[in-house]
Design a protein around this ligand. Structure first.
Ligand code: RTP
Ligand code: MG
Length: 159
């Protein structure tokens, strides 16, 4: 019997300034994500202004870490990536590991945050946490990219 592949999904990944400033680390992250069978559908390197970082993380306004988070993500270059894979949202969060680096180190020592994260804030990477946030964040970084059209064409191509 033929197995039915899970449908492709898109997610938005960020390589944060602690990693993006170091080309060797960026290459290591790209090697890990391609080994995990993610496809990089769109990518751009950019530096966010502080107001843009505040807009990106508006959901965390009022949290105790909001100011240090916004300061950090606008402090240097980012890589923004649209990643495609079956179950991409959960798979990318799994590859990143837990938010807090000390947890990542103890419970998921192979995860990207365990290997490359520095602190709870400077944890190297971001991944969308739901289909809704993936759509919002893809639009935020790639307003010209037609995510639904891309998925439709990919699905049609495998049928
Ligand atoms: P992300 O949004 O970056 O993928 O991370 P996440 O869902 O795992 O974590 P979230 O709760 O959404 O937090 C967003 C980012 O805020 C920073 N943070 N710092 N205790 C702290 O200092 C603290 N807690 C969170 C991290 O950069 C986290 O990824
Ligand atoms: Mg989050």
């Amino acid at each position: 019997a033929m197995s039915v592949p899970a449908p492709l999904q898109l997610t938005l990944a960020l390589i944060k300034p602690d990693i993006s400033a170091a080309p060797t680390l960026v290459r290591a992250v790209f090697a890990r994500l391609s080994a995990a069978e993610f496809r990089v559908v769109r990518s751009r390197r950019l530096t966010l202004s502080r107001p843009s970082a505040e807009a990106l993380y508006a959901e965390h306004a009022g949290r105790f870490f909001h100011n240090r988070l916004v300061t950090f993500v606008s402090s240097g270059p980012l890589w923004a990536l649209v990643l495609a894979r079956p179950d991409a949202i959960a798979a990318w969060r799994g590859l990143m590991g837990p938010t807090k680096v000390y947890r990542a180190v103890y419970s998921h020592p192979e995860s990207l945050r365990a290997v490359y994260g520095l602190t709870d804030t400077r944890n190297g990477l971001h991944g969308s946490d739901s289909p809704q946030s993936a759509a919002r964040e893809i639009e935020f970084f790639f307003p010209e990219f037609d995510a639904e059209g891309w998925l439709e064409r990919e699905r049609a191509a495998v049928e």
